[in-house]
Each structure stands twice: as C-alpha cells, then as structure tokens.
Design a protein around this ligand. Structure first.
Ligand code: GLU
Length: 608
C-alpha cells in the first residue's frame, strides 16, 4: 500500500461500521482492505505471490519491517486462514520448503495431518451396512475424515527453525484482517454457495459462513472475530494452546460429535480423534526430495507427500528427451506420457514412510527415469493405465521391467492454497497448505472460527495390504502437494507450487516445462492452459488447452476431457504461485491472472 493509501485507510477505518462475525454491507468509499491485485510484479528486496491480496500484503508488510521469508510466509498463511478459509487454515496441514541463503541448503517441514491412534483399518466401512461409505456425501462431510491438524505446529516449527519473529508477531496481520474483515469476492461467494448444503448441516458452520442463511454477498465485508480470538490465544501461549487444553478437547469433541443441525439429511459419520492425538502431533523436519533437470537442481517434498518423487520422476523421464527441438504438441505428448508413468509408480510405491518402505531413492534416480522413458512411443499414446516400473531391478537400459499394477482410485479433491516468498537476504519459502477439499469437512469448531480438514479422505478407501496408502492409525495420508524450489549453480532460479489435489504434480511439472523447455516467461508459464495425465484413460484438460492442442493430441491417441468436478463450478486446474530470480538480481513474482479470480504478486522495491 502506498503512503497515501495507508493514511487514507487509517482515516476511513473508523467509518466502517459493523458488528459481530459474518458479512455486512461495505461502504461505497475506499476502505483499508486490500482488494487491488496484480498477477505479476518485478523488483528487488523481497517478493511474494499468493492467491489473495490481503495475504500478499501481510507478507510484504512483514518483509518491509525487516522480517525474513519464513516470517512473511507464516504471516501470509495465517492471513489466508482468514480470507481463504475454505482452502487452508489451522484446521489443516501442509508442506513448507525453505531455502536458506546462509547455508545454501533446502530444509522441509512435513506438517501433514495424521490419523487418530484409535482409527481402525475399516474406519471407512459403514458399520450399518458393512459396505464402504460413499465418498460423497458420507466421507467428505464427516468426523471420520478429520486428521490431526499440522498447520499450527508447522508455523511454530518454521519460525523456530528459520524465522526471526515469534508466533505472536507473525500472527498479528492475520488477527487484524480477521477483526476488520475482508471484502468478499466472487470466488469466496461461489465457494460458499458450492458448499451451502454441507455448511447448513452444522450449527457452527452456518452461523459463521451463512450469516442470515445466505452466502456473503460480493462486495460485503466478512469478519471472523472467533478466529481472531483463536489466533490471539496461539499468539499468547504458543501452539500448546491448540494441541493441549480446552481447544484440543473441543476439537476432539467436535470430531467425535459434530454439531449437526436438527434438520440436516447428511449422514456425517463420527470420527475417532482424541485430545491425546492432538497432544501427540509433531511437525517433522525432513530432507527434501531431489532431482536434476536440464542442469537445474529441483527440490521438493519427500513422502508423506508424493509431490517431490512424482515431480522428480516425471522430470527425470523428460530429461532424456530434447523437448525444445520438438513441435509443441510433440513436447506435450511426452509430458503426458511421462506423468502417466510417474503416477503409476506413485500409486504402487508411495505412502507415509513411517509405515511403508518407500523407494524414494529409486523413484528419483535418473537411471530409473531413463528406463521408464523406454516406455514412451514418440508417436503414440500408450493405453492407460500403464504399469508401474520395477524399482528393485533397473539399469536404465531398454526394455524396462514392469511390476504388478496397483489398484488406484483418485479421490483427491481440488482445493488448497500455495504461496511463494523471498526476502532481501535471498531466503526463499515455498509453502502449500490445505484443509483438503474446498470447505474441508464442512465442520467449524464451535466459537473458534475455523474449519476442520477432511484430509483422511486422501487414504485409500478400501484397506488392502498391498497398498502403501492404506489406512493405519497415526499414519499420514499420501499427499500430492509439491512445493518446489529450483536452484541453478546453488542459487535460487525458480520457486513454485500450486493447489489442485493430484493435479498439483502435473501443474508443477507443466509450469517447469513451459518455463524451461518451451521458453515462456514465468508469468506466461503460469497463465498457459493446463492438462493433467494421472495414468487414467483420459487426460483432464482446461477448455483452452483442448481448443489449442486437443485435435493434435488426439492424433497421438490422447483422449481429452474438460476439467471440473462435482464440487466446484470452475473448469480450471490449479492456482499456482511462483517467483523467478533473474540474473540482474531482480525477482519476478507471478500469480494466476485468471484462475480462482486471479492472485496477487508484490515486490518490495519495484525499482532501484
Ligand atoms: N489433499 C490434497 C493433497 O494433499 C490437497 C488437496 C488439494 O490440493 O485440493 O494432495
């Protein structure tokens, strides 16, 4: 915000009248809330990209006041918990990547939700019928799918490890936004409407998100005083106040006995979480997954997310082809085939490494990628699903050895949010966080202002001993979140990530391909239409992608189906953010120009 706007803001703040949580009409004159946004910004001294102008402004303010990238990332994430409450918040989990400019090292935090200790293998079987619960409506709107949240622990750990601020300071901007409210945009209203039936099922949720029985109007101001109070509690006492004591008890009670409205017809299976599960939660420090692509070092999340291994394997396969020499449809054909192969291996091998032996080394080994590349016919798409490779036996020489196929059903939803921050010292954060599907479980913890996740739907629904992603007590369900930082000669080149369930992986790969092989700028690489091949009979694609490449790709034998699902009205894939580090020392922050209503990219000093 400019000095001028800031002063004007202070003046008008006093004139904005509203009481309580929920939405009220906004005044017709300028107010202090951040609504202006631009998807691209280039400059110096620090940069941020998120899906939301309030969150980006919060991060920028922290950077301006001398905070570093970790501080600013937590401030932005906490603000997203206010303004993007259906995608992320303290009721969920995520993965945090940090490039430390001092050491040149990348560290990661696995803040994934965990299954409760008492969760049985057959938790997703309806005791009434002996049959698996339907995914919708039973599983998605339930206590049984709520995992122990990891986001508060992630923030605290990130600040302890890399930050300069305490949690209290980092939460301040978000507390302010929660109290003074933010301006409701089309995306927020639409997401509320998409969830209306689920939100109506709970007294706590309808009170907060359906004030007066309706989704907040576009242009109204939405406040969340309950969340501000919860954040203040964490600010004062640390995350102990979340994982132990009254709030932990309330979360467990809410999961075990969701606050259903009297007349809801939704079944809402109850969950198993106890206060002890919350007390036992730990965010985990982890080594990153690593792959090399065209001479760049690509770092991502190791399992429990499948992001780093699957992005890495796809890139290892693609690294064996010269995509730049190909016409664009040819390069895209290779991209689609490579990701199908990597998804076959993801399904067969990846789960929580604390419970299953994940061959992370093999999956990200260039030799394995080389051997998997043997499967790609440059002229013809393979029939899907393709078989996984054999990680116990590979030498990079064709023909490749196949392993027995795995049963796979993709039930990940399309939600989540992602942010990228860099500071004046050269530290970089890439952070993806989620409550699983848009609106999570649909259950707000009464009087606490936040939704609980339904992340445990990322476990396979049916228990199978061969399946690395089968339900186990205390296990983390397999994720697709793929925060990625790419170094060139040890220095940051590009940091990027996206929401989108399992399409996260393909969005990250396609954006890298666009930037590195198809020589787009980073903003162009993000804006370009997307397609996602996750080892299924048909490729999910945005309508603009089908218009541009559909007929040429059909000649290779690809079948393309428009994106979109039962939960959302938008036919789009992902909502990426990125920062590219230019050779002149400037940073290009890039967000979506259109998807999810467009994001907000900011830099500290537009010029020097
Ligand atoms: N649950 C998904 C995952 O962990 C994220 C949800 C989404 O991006 O929509 O990969």
């Amino acid at each position: 915000m400019t000095q001028m706007r800031r002063r004007f803001a202070a003046f008008t703040a006093a004139l904005v009248m509203s009481v309580g949580s929920g939405a009220v009409a906004s005044p017709a004159f300028a107010d202090p809330r951040e609504t202006e946004k631009s998807p691209t910004a280039q400059g110096y001294g620090g940069a941020v990209s998120t899906v939301d102008p309030e969150a980006s402004a919060a991060a920028l303010r922290v950077l301006r006041e001398g905070g570093n990238a970790a501080d600013a990332a937590v401030a932005a994430a906490a603000t997203l918990g206010v303004t993007e409450p259906y995608s992320a918040g303290i009721g969920g989990g995520g993965y945090f990547l940090f490039y430390d400019a001092d050491t040149g090292e990348i560290g990661t935090i696995d803040g994934r939700e965990t299954a409760p200790a008492a969760m049985p293998h057959d938790a997703f079987i309806d005791p009434g019928t002996g049959e698996p619960y339907r995914f919708t409506p039973e599983l998605v709107t339930s206590g049984v799918s709520v995992g122990v949240p990891g986001t508060p622990a992630t923030w605290e750990r990130a600040l302890d490890r890399w930050g300069t601020l305490g949690l209290g300071e980092a939460l301040k901007p978000a507390i302010k936004v929660a109290n003074r409210g933010f301006v409701v945009d089309e995306t927020f209203r639409q997401q509320t409407l998409d969830n209306e039936h689920r939100f109506e099922a709970f007294t706590s949720t309808s009170d907060l998100f359906l004030p007066d029985g309706d989704a907040p109007a576009v242009g109204s101001v939405f406040k969340n005083h309950d969340l501000a109070k919860t954040y203040r509690l964490l600010a004062k006492h640390g995350t102990e106040a979340f994982y132990e004591g009254p709030l932990a008890e309330e979360i467990a009670d809410t999961v075990q006995d969701p606050p259903k409205t009297k007349d809801t017809t939704l079944p809402v299976p109850v969950g198993f979480m106890t206060a002890e599960d919350l007390a036992d939660y730990r965010a985990l420090d982890q080594e990153p997954a690593h792959a090399e692509y065209r001479g760049f070092d690509v770092y991502g999340m190791a399992p429990s997310s499948s992001g780093g291994t699957t992005v890495g394997e796809t890139l290892n396969i693609l690294d064996t082809f010269n995509l730049t020499e190909m016409a664009v449809p040819g390069a895209l054909h290779h991209y689609l085939e490579a990701s199908a192969l990597a998804f076959a291996d993801r399904g067969k091998y990846v789960g929580d490494p604390a419970f299953v032996d994940v061959p992370t080394g093999a999956l990200t080994d260039p030799l394995f990628g080389k051997e998997r590349a043997c499967q790609i016919d440059p002229e013809q798409a393979a029939g899907k699903p393709v078989d996984p490779g054999d990680v116990s036996e590979y030498d990079g020489v064709c023909p490749a050895t196949a392993a027995a196929p795995a049963e796979e059903k993709d039930t990940e939803n399309i939600s989540t949010t992602n942010l990228t921050v860099a500071d004046q010292w050269g530290n970089v954060v890439e952070y993806t966080l989620t409550i699983e599907q848009t609106g999570g479980s649909g259950i707000v913890v009464p009087d606490r202002g936040f939704l609980l996740n339904n992340e445990l739907t990322d476990f396979s629904t049916v228990y199978d001993l061969e399946d690395p992603n089968r339900i186990e007590p205390e296990k983390r369900p397999r994720s697709s979140m793929s925060p990625t930082i790419i170094l060139e000669d040890g220095e940051p080149f590009l940091a990027l990530g996206s929401p989108g369930g399992s399409t996260i992986i393909t969005t990250v790969v396609q954006t890298i391909l666009n930037r590195v092989d198809l020589e787009m700028t980073t903003p162009e690489a993000i804006a370009a239409p997307r397609a996602s091949q996750r080892n299924t009979a048909s490729v999910t694609a945005e309508p603009e992608f089908i218009d541009a490449y559909g007929s040429q790709l059909e000649e290779y034998g690809h079948k393309l189906t428009p994106a979109g699902d039962a939960f959302t009205s938008a036919a789009e894939i992902g909502a990426a953010t990125a920062i590219e580090f230019m050779s002149d020392g400037s940073m290009v922050a890039a967000a979506e120009p259109a998807r999810r209503g467009g994001g907000s990219a900011l830099v500290l000093e537009p010029s020097r």
